[in-house]
Write a protein that binds this ligand. Structure first.
Ligand code: NAD
Length: 372
């Protein structure tokens, strides 16, 4: 646990049971810290809240990122998760050209059994006290209904019914689809999907929509999901071959599209890949930074996850435009993901670096240029 707690004298209402504590100095000693601007702990023992808000950067704009409600094994594990995810949001928004910084929040709780209105009320107070430094949205464990509940009590909540952007997944799927085609184009010189073999891991909101698009353009699909209702439907609708568990990693395909879990590309799994391209929507696909190198050593082209899956944040960010959400501004921005990826692939080859190293360098250059 923390050694030093520094209460923050902020705009908290008199008599509240919420404590807001600046834990930046403590977080600096934890894995995942990357010169984060500020890290906050919101603690309310009466209403059952332990929330960490990590603000990685606000150089390009307020730090936007979802709130993950998850029963982390320890407080440190929760802080590290928030640190890593918020850094990823900085890179994602910078590369997508959005006027947003990177932030992420973690509420340490089981969303099924411990999420209560009282807890969310306390969290709404925390959001208000941060005075616009951080803008939240949905993530694992937080639903649209939760976002609406928070928005009725706090400013700085995006991805709500009222904001108008709705479900981000179709935009994430569209960006992933175009990014996958850009990777194919870079590798083969042509982006026709007819007859191209693609393995999609995870048939959730994004994976299913991606399969629909791939199937419509003639790709041959192999799929996996823990839910056999979904795999059965994919077999029926798309003529997809179904494989169980991690066998999808070793599927004999041209492209592997991870759309389920993070950490799927590791020292264990990379040697098994038969695909020449990895292009999918899952967050945090590389288990470690070394796995980018492992992919290059095997001659596999990797579309960095936070570049290819930025469609959702591009869509949510449109809620903040003057005049409100307009889908017409979203579609061309999502389409630009393909050009951005092509630029990353080319630069990686030119500089003899991994695509994820180049993407990170590009994001940092954008942030540093704005800082000057
Ligand atoms: P989802 O929860 O709707 O779907 C995930 C699917 O993966 C589920 O069907 C689940 O059963 C399946 N799954 C879980 N573990 C699996 C395993 N070991 N093997 C095969 N299937 C497995 O999630 P989603 O919204 O479709 O998001 C998918 C991925 O994309 C996640 O990593 C998410 O963080 C990332 N992402 C999503 C969005 C978005 O807009 N939804 C945006 C950016 C990134």
């Amino acid at each position: 646990m923390l050694n030093v707690l520094k209460p923050h004298h902020s705009t908290l209402a008199a008599g509240t049971t919420l404590e807001l504590i600046d834990i930046t100095a403590e977080a600096a000693r934890m894995p995942g810290f990357d010169s984060h601007e500020q890290v906050w702990l919101g603690r309310d023992s009466v209403r059952g809240l332990t929330a960490i808000v990590a603000v990685h950067t606000t150089v390009l704009g307020p730090a936007l990122g979802g709130t993950r409600i998850w029963p982390h094994a320890s407080f440190e594990a929760g802080v590290t998760d928030a640190l890593r995810l918020s850094r990823g949001m900085t890179f994602k928004s910078a590369i997508a050209g959005l006027p947003l910084g990177g932030g992420k929040a973690v509420i340490i709780a089981d969303a099924k059994t411990e999420k209560t209105p009282q807890m969310l009320e306390a969290y709404a107070e925390m959001l208000n006290a941060l005075e616009g430094q951080y803008i939240t949205a949905e993530d694992v464990g937080m639903t649209l209904a939760d976002a609406d509940f928070l928005a009725a009590r706090a400013r700085n909540v995006s991805g709500t019914t009222r904001g108008g952007s709705g479900n981000p997944s179709p935009f994430t799927a569209q960006g992933t689809f175009l990014g996958l085609k850009a990777a194919l184009g870079h590798r083969t010189g042509g982006d026709k999907l007819s007859g191209v073999r693609v393995a999609v891991q995870g048939l959730g909101s994004v994976g299913w929509s991606l399969c629909e698009k791939l199937h419509a353009e003639g790709a041959i699909l192999t799929v996996s999901d823990l839910d056999t209702v979904r795999t059965d439907r994919a077999a029926e609708k798309f003529g997809a071959a179904v494989v169980e568990g991690n066998a999808i990693i070793a599927a004999d395909v041209d492209i592997f599209a991870p759309c389920a879990l993070g950490g799927i590309l590791s020292a264990d799994t990379i040697p098994q890949l038969k695909a020449g391209i990895v292009a999918g929507a899952a967050n945090n696909q590389l288990a470690t930074a070394d796995d980018g190198e492992r992919l290059v050593e095997r001659g596999i082209l990797y579309a960095p996850d936070y570049v290819i899956n930025a469609g959702g944040v591009i869509n949510v960010a449109a809620e903040m435009a003057d005049g409100g959400y307009d889908v017409a501004t979203v579609t061309p921005r999502v389409a630009r993901i393909a050009d951005t990826l092509t630029a990353i692939f080319r630069r990686a080859e030119r500089e003899g670096r991994t695509t994820d190293a180049v993407a990170e360098a590009m994001a940092r250059e954008i942030v540093e240029a704005a800082r000057k």
